[in-house]
Ligand binder design. Structure first.
Ligand SMILES: *[C@@H]1O[C@H](CO)[C@@H](O)[C@H](O)[C@H]1NC(C)=O
Ligand SMILES: *[C@@H]1O[C@H](CO)[C@@H](O)[C@H](O)[C@H]1NC(C)=O
Length: 984
């Protein structure tokens, strides 16, 4: 018995640790009902299978004169305090009639089914969840044990009590022999674990838990009911196991089988309920039947771990105490280990004290248990020899936690934004240095070759004169064109031409064609009238330089969303192929003849085949969003399903504290699996028709991992949203502007057809977090000076969290949804209208210049307002995943203020610029963060000046001209033997 008990307990501990480590990123909770059915069935099968093995095992054992109790799974569910050699038949806790048994069985099955449904409820609104009370389970069992047994018992007397006991011995014995000893130990454990988990957890995210919906109070209630149900389930299991005791081998088998059957019944009921739901809910049908391989493997892993944990029990109370302690230690240790920085702010001292209490509670529990075992005549002394090495482990854990606590710093000595602004200046200077070095055509051509290992495309001299005649600042750095086009060298020109034709010959594709023939550009037939402005703008823009372009057709994406996401490994291969092509030494400086005939004409009847897959109104992250990431990267391998907390491992690589530090990296989804639930384009795009093969689509903007070719949007070129101050709407001086952050817009980032997708979209989340809607948004961190100073006399800063109601009073924010809720369906329309009420009237675009701070957010694609904002005297704050053609030219913190799309630094950033004066609720002290108006004005002016130099309409033409020359070469059959050669 002992021999098997220890490995089994070890297995329980190991599996609990593994479960705690894998659950936060498992895909299995995406479909909680499916997963529950699988886990229940597999655990039930394990138990049933084991029960088959039992008779032989125990039979063999009983030959040796042992009790059946000594099988590996002995003592299952038997509360240890009644561990007498044979249970007394009149034990008050154990019913004996068959009727009671049946009732127990039924209750167990029903409880499990209800528990599955409650789990589903909580998971669908996990952002409203609070700290779980699950650690209270062992305490409740101890209480039950106390009320039913211990109270009626004689005070437990240890046989080893020595006559000459010291104070310590006396304390120890009174602690370990009191009737309430288990209650006290488990209470400490529960208190410590709950507090440790609460204080150590990550800060709340901005995912919306709506003030106007019942989930805010209902989900915490459901969580607590679930905890109680868990107790009911465990109680039933314990009772059923105990019931059959004393009936010999058959009884032993029966007691396992009854549990197994209960699990199996529950699994079947769950599946049946799921099937009924499937029959009635046609909206969810596709979702219910689509099983991805990631989901499959996550669920298998979960099932196996759960199966292993079911194998062994040493009594309900002891098992739950072990599980609680191990789970709480694993989770809180992980949190403390991953967050050694001042941000997110955590009460590390509190967390440390809490976990020490939990350790003390657990150690006492084990100690008491071993005392009792030694004292009792039981043949199964569970913890007989434990304490020495167990205490060693606890001591190691204690030192680790103490070390983490001591090394955790809560303060910083400088404001991260000061440093970010300083660094941005240097980076911007370096950018100018490397992009405007060439002062002659020859130098530009040489710089081109040095950068891109190719000759410039034919007609480069015309581009050069065009660009310099328009005083371009950017002459050398067109890396974004190079990045976009490099993989296309892996396709033959023939392929590129036929793929262009496939796109534009089928109107369903939402791709419009432009053709260039003999230096004239024209729109091809079949363009939807709503997008006519876009094509006309393009004809206007290209018309300026079309005379130097070769004949070709171009495919323009008329949707806002990007299109082409080639899987990472294919893309790497294509890039390598593209980079390894060897261009000829002495190329011809002209495009080939006879290009006109190479482009297939439009068919009389539009074709119906399409290379694109439609994903409108669906999750796109797993199918498109992350395919550009290396296999094994977090975006591919992890699912951060708990949208209620900020994923700090996702923000850490690109952040400095709460602030966005690396704009490029922030746009890279590979380390940010949580973005799957945080942007309209991943949650539910309005129009998404995408390809996994490299199709040549010209798009205005794209998110990371897409291979569309970026070009300057006609929206900005023809000034659909224009910076146009007038006497009625002047762009007044900084000092005169209202000191507020301003945003007006529609809920048009994605479609929310009724499943609550809006709660995750960036626009909605940031509006929600910027307004105090009945206190429903979580408190936000602000970086404030502490009143201590460092040895050099600088004052230090620390993060404190403030409720939005206080922040909204102190910092003026005017951020609202206009008029009516767009792009919604079903109850999502009314829910949003209620949550964001009152919806305001739209304002004149030229009204923006009244405000110092302008918020800019992604829509269904890029934000068309950003360039006008940059041209103004106001300071734009930009939160975006979409990137445009100008991304290399503009430096965040030098020309605009970047904000993480999660919004965790939103208030802290605004507080830095606008200043904060007020009384902190917790400390009662007057806290003053000085405004940095001068920095704000400087960034606004630098942005404006820079936009006036490199983001003019001329700059869009110059970029597009160069892009199309490159494209002309790519689609030329002689692409490796043509190129610019210097005439001299
Ligand atoms: C820019 O170039 C000049 C001269 O080539 C050099 O002195 C300067 O350090 C460079 N600045 C940066 C920021 O690289
Ligand atoms: C941002 O991260 C990228 C990739 O790690 C790095 O190459 C780049 O230098 C970083 N930029 C800044 C401003 O730190």
């Amino acid at each position: 018995m002992d021999r098997l008990k220890w490995p089994a307990t070890g297995g329980l501990v190991t599996c609990t640790i593994l479960l705690c480590r894998s659950i936060p990123t498992t895909f299995a909770l995406d479909k909680p009902v499916h997963t529950s059915a699988v886990v229940l069935a597999s655990c039930a099968a394990t138990i049933l299978g084991l029960s088959r093995l039992l008779p032989q095992v125990s039979g063999a054992r009983s030959h040796k004169g042992q009790q059946y109790d000594a099988v590996p799974l002995g003592d299952l569910g038997q509360p240890h305090s009644s561990r007498e050699a044979s249970p007394s038949p009149d034990d008050v806790r154990y019913p004996s009639s068959l009727r009671k048994l049946r009732i127990l069985f039924m209750v167990l099955v029903v409880a499990i089914c209800v528990r599955v449904e409650l789990l589903r409820e909580v998971l669908t609104n996990i952002q409203c969840a609070t700290t779980s009370w699950e650690p209270i389970v062992p305490f409740l069992f101890a209480l039950w044990d106390y009320l039913t047994v211990q109270r009626h018992r004689e005070r437990f007397e240890s046989e080893e009590e020595k006559p000459d006991s010291s104070v310590y011995d006396w304390l120890e014995s009174s602690w370990t022999t009191a009737r309430y000893r288990y209650v006290a130990a488990t209470a400490l454990l529960a208190y410590g674990a709950i507090n440790g988990l609460a204080t150590g957890s990550s800060p709340s995210s901005t995912f919306i838990c709506a003030a106007t919906l019942p989930y805010r109070w209902a989900i915490p209630l459901v969580q607590h009911i679930s905890t109680l149900l868990d107790c009911v389930i465990l109680y039933c299991v314990a009772q059923l196991l105990h019931q059959q005791e004393g009936r010999g081998q058959r009884g032993l088998r029966l007691r396992f089988m009854s549990i197994g059957w209960a699990g199996l019944f529950a699994a079947v009921i769950t599946i049946v309920a799921g099937a009924v739901y499937y029959y009635f809910a046609d909206y969810d049908r596709k979702w219910i039947t689509t099983i991805s391989s990631l989901y499959f493997w996550s669920t298998m892993r979960l099932s196996i771990l759960m199966m292993l944990t079911t194998i062994h029990h040493v009594g309900v109370m002891t098992t739950s105490a072990i599980t609680t302690f191990v789970a709480a230690s694993t989770l809180t240790l992980g949190q403390a280990w991953n967050n050694p920085h001042p941000f997110p702010p955590t009460a590390t001292g509190m967390a440390f004290v809490a976990i020490c209490l939990a350790m003390f509670g657990f150690a006492s529990y084990v100690h008491i248990e071993s005392m009792e075992d030694r004292a009792s005549s039981s043949t199964s002394p569970t913890f007989n020899k434990v304490p020495s090495w167990l205490y060693l482990i606890l001591l190691i854990l204690f030192s680790l936690r103490a070390g983490l606590w001591a090394s955790h710093s809560n303060t910083v000595t400088y404001h991260p934004i000061d440093m970010l602004i300083y660094e941005a200046q240097t980076r911007h200077e370096a950018y100018i240095n490397q992009t405007s070095a060439s002062i002659s055509l020859n130098e530009a051509a040489q710089a081109y070759e040095a950068r891109y290992q190719r000759r410039p495309p034919p007609s480069f001299q015309h581009w050069y004169s065009y660009a310099t005649a328009r005083n371009t600042v950017v002459i050398d750095d067109f890396d974004s064109i190079h990045r976009d086009l490099l993989p296309f060298f892996a396709l033959t020109p023939e392929d590129i031409r036929s793929r262009t034709w496939q796109l534009i010959a089928n109107p369903w594709n939402d791709v419009a064609g432009l053709s260039i023939r003999s230096g004239k550009v024209a729109v091809m037939e079949g363009v939807v009238p709503t997008h006519r402005w876009m094509l006309d703008g393009l004809v206007d823009m290209i018309g300026h330089f079309a005379e130097w372009l070769p004949d070709m057709d171009l495919a323009f994406n008329v949707n806002d969303e990007c299109r082409v996401a080639v899987p990472h490994d294919d893309m790497e291969r294509m890039r390598q192929l593209g980079a390894s092509a060897v261009p000829e030494e002495n190329p011809k400086n002209a495009f080939s003849d006879g290009r006109t005939e190479q482009w297939q004409t439009m068919p009389a009847e539009p074709i119906t085949e399409t290379p694109l897959i439609e994903f409108s109104w669906q999750h796109t992250f797993q199918d498109f969003g992350n395919v550009g990431c290396p296999p094994g990267s977090p975006a591919r391998a992890q699912r951060t399903w708990d949208v209620g907390i900020l994923c700090t491992s996702c923000t850490h690589p690109h952040s400095l504290g709460a602030f966005l530090a690396n704009w490029t990296l922030a746009g890279n989804v590979c380390h940010q699996p949580d973005l799957a639930d945080l942007h309209g384009v991943y949650l539910s795009p309005a129009a998404f028709k995408g390809a996994h093969e490299l199709y040549p689509v010209f798009s205005q903007s794209k998110v990371h991992g897409f291979n569309d070719i970026l070009y300057p949007s006609a929206w900005n070129y023809i000034d659909k949203a224009k910076y146009d101050p007038s006497p009625e709407h002047p762009d007044i001086s900084w000092a005169e502007k209202s000191s507020s952050l301003f945003w007006r817009g529609a809920t048009s980032e994605g479609v929310s057809p009724g499943a609550g997708q809006w709660r995750g979209m960036t626009r909605q989340r940031l509006i929600h977090a910027a307004n105090d809607i009945n206190g429903s948004a979580a408190p936000q961190p602000i970086l404030l000076p502490t009143h201590k100073s460092t040895s050099e006399g600088h004052s230090t800063l620390a993060y404190t969290t403030w409720p939005i109601s206080t922040l909204a009073e102190l910092l003026p924010v005017d951020v609202h949804v206009v008029e009516f809720v767009a792009r919604c369906g079903g109850k999502d329309c009314t829910d949003q209208a209620a949550e964001f009420a009152p919806l305001v009237a739209p304002s004149d675009f030229q009204d923006h210049w009244k405000y110092k701070y302008l918020l800019d957010l992604d829509g269904a694609g890029f934000s068309g307002r950003f360039l006008p904002f940059l041209h103004s005297h106001s300071l734009p704050f930009k939160a975006a995943l979409f990137r445009e053609w100008w991304d290399d030219r503009v430096t965040p913190w030098q020309h605009f203020v970047p904000i993480d799309v999660r919004g965790q630094g939103f208030w802290a950033t605004l507080a830095y610029f606008a200043g904060l004066k007020g009384t902190a609720r917790l400390t009662g002290k007057e806290t003053v963060l000085e405004a940095h108006e001068m920095e704000a004005e400087r960034i606004a002016e630098r942005g404006r000046n820079w936009a006036g130099q490199v983001l003019r309409r001329e700059d869009m033409e110059i970029y597009f001209f160069r892009l199309l020359l490159e494209w002309g070469r790519l689609t030329d059959d002689a692409r490796d033997s043509i190129g610019y050669v210097d005439a001299g």
